[in-house]
Design a protein around this ligand. Structure first.
Ligand code: TXA
Ligand code: MG
Length: 348
């Protein structure tokens, strides 16, 4: 199959292109499209066959459900029902963080095909702030199911070029609207009652909406890592340890003294600010810097996946070494992605 790539001109009226993408989707086709977090691989969420193709193309296991994207929060009741007693909580989170990089897991309604939710009775829902994602959903008139547009377990794409490398040749259309402004996948929460019966959220995936932002408005319950073989509670099936995997071994090194290079191995460094002891402690094959000089976490998250890809594609590097970033705000989400990239190689 030939994959068409269309550039979105931010200064022109996008509607003709959104309608074109909607036509492809309504015929059961797959369209990769930008969101503020990462590029998604979109299918008509109400078309089970089209959604089945998403799993096939991504080589994603059928037990890992997809996020359903809406164009507006007022459409929430079509796909999800809000548990009684949590209406205010859900309403508040929607008002504060939608449109934006937050996904909420809620009980699903019957219109959502089981394949979207992998048979769970909950659905993950998000309203992206990206005008292209919202425009396409509006033109289609249905919600769009979209996982990140990478093959399963790999680094999420934050540009149309990265999407083409992952999925070119197996989907109909890619809408290119440039780089994503957040760079990390949405934060996923499940509104619940805590042990005292008060509204709270379970944090299922760290992301651009930080723990601190929630803590100002609601109690946050951080889930423990699922134990091996724990099939009883598939709360967030996608919380697999080995994710965001570059093709090369990936190590997170806390300080320079801890790094003992092996003879003949060529190392590339993913540095936070570019001025640490680690940078000068070794003759690196390449050094790339997440936030040169200033060490800003927002800048680091926008650049993380693109720089991971760059090191992965560099033929002069055998192993990627990453410096940790400070554990606060966006730092949790960045460290989550790094430790999973590292886990992917230590587990097999
Ligand atoms: O930023 C994002 O969220 C991007 C853009 C495209 O919206 N999407 C994304 O989708 O990251 P994906 O499929 O790569 O990750 C979605 C995660 C998976 O880990 C999945 O297991 C979890 O959401 N998930 C989906 N439905 C769920 C549910 N009903 N309960 C718990 N977790 C769910
Ligand atoms: Mg993903």
């Amino acid at each position: 199959m030939e994959t068409r790539m269309e550039e979105v001109d931010p200064l022109a009226d996008g509607r003709p292109l959104f309608e074109e993408a909607a036509r492809v989707l309504s015929e059961g086709g797959l369209v990769a499209l930008p969101t503020e977090t990462v590029y998604g691989l979109g299918a008509d969420a109400l078309n089970a066959e089209a959604v089945a193709r998403v799993f096939e193309v991504k080589q994603r296991p059928s037990f890992d459900p997809l996020i359903v994207h809406l164009s507006h929060a007022k459409e929430l009741s079509k796909v999800a029902s809000i548990p009684s007693g949590l209406e205010e909580t859900v309403g508040m989170l929607a008002r504060l963080f939608w449109p934006g990089p937050l996904t909420m897991v809620l009980p699903k309604t019957d219109v959502v095909p089981d394949i979207v939710t992998s048979g769970l009775d909950t659905v993950a829902v998000r309203v992206s702030s990206h005008p292209v994602m919202r425009g396409v959903i509006k033109a289609l008139g249905h919600p769009v199911a979209a996982p990140s547009a990478n093959r399963f377990g790999r680094i999420s794409p934050t540009s149309a070029g990265a999407v083409m490398k992952e999925l070119g040749g197996s989907i109909e259309l890619v809408l290119d609207a440039g780089a994503c402004s957040e760079g990390l996948e949405s934060t996923i929460v499940r509104p619940v009652f805590d042990e005292k019966g008060k509204p709270a959220v379970e944090l299922l995936r760290e992301g651009p909406v930080t723990r601190e932002q929630f803590r100002n408005v609601i109690k946050v319950i951080k889930l423990k890592k699922p134990r091996d073989g724990d099939q009883q509670h598939p709360v967030s099936p996608g919380r697999l340890e080995s994710h965001y995997a570059p093709g090369k071994p990936f190590l997170v090194v806390e300080d320079a003294a801890e790094f003992i290079p092996e003879q003949g191995v060529r190392y590339g460094l993913l540095s936070f600010k570019g001025d640490s002891a680690l940078v000068s402690s070794h003759d690196w094959a390449s050094v790339v810097v997440l936030s040169p000089g200033s060490g800003r976490l927002a800048e680091a998250s926008v650049r993380l996946f693109a720089l991971m890809r760059q090191l992965d594609e560099n033929e002069n590097i055998d192993v990627i070494v990453a410096e940790p970033v400070p554990k606060s705000g966006l730092g949790y989400a960045i460290m989550d992605r790094m430790s999973r990239a590292a886990q992917a190689h230590s587990s097999h």
